[in-house]
Ligand binder design. Sequence first.
Ligand SMILES: [Zn+2]
Ligand SMILES: [Zn+2]
Length: 140
Amino acid sequence: MTCKKLVLLIMTAIVLMPTFTYASGSTNNIFQYIDPYVTVEFDEENDFPDETKQRIADQFAGIVSAGQIAGDDTANILCTLFGHKTSETIVGVTHHFVYAHDPRCREDYYNVIACSRCDYTVDEYLTSMDVYCHPENSEM
Ligand SMILES: [Zn+2]
Ligand SMILES: [Zn+2]
C-alpha cells in the first residue's frame, strides 16, 4: 500500500517535471523600473522576442523616447525589402504613486504593434484605470 503510494508519487513528480522546466524557461513579460517608478506588463499571449519587449518596455518607461529610436537609419534592410515582421499585443503600463490619495497608481493600456527585426513600433492608447497596488496606509 505505502510502496504503491510512493511509486505513484515519483511518477507524478516525473510527469510534472517538464512543466516546471518549461515554466522557468518561459520569457519574461514584466519589466520593473525604479526611476521613474513604472511597471510594464505584456499580455502572456504575446510572441515578441525578449529584445523587442525590452525595447518596447524602455520606451513606455520613458528611458528612451519613441522619436529617439525610430528613423530610417536604424531600419533593417530586410524590412525595407520585405516589410516589417510585426506582432501585436496588449501592454499595461502602471505609473506608481501618481496620486496623493487612494487609488494612488494608474495603469494605462495600449495595443502595440512592433517589428521584431527593427525599431518599428506603433502603439495605440486604449484606456486607463486607477489601481490599488500601493495603498496609502501600507509600507511601499
Ligand atoms: Zn521592421
Ligand atoms: Zn503602484
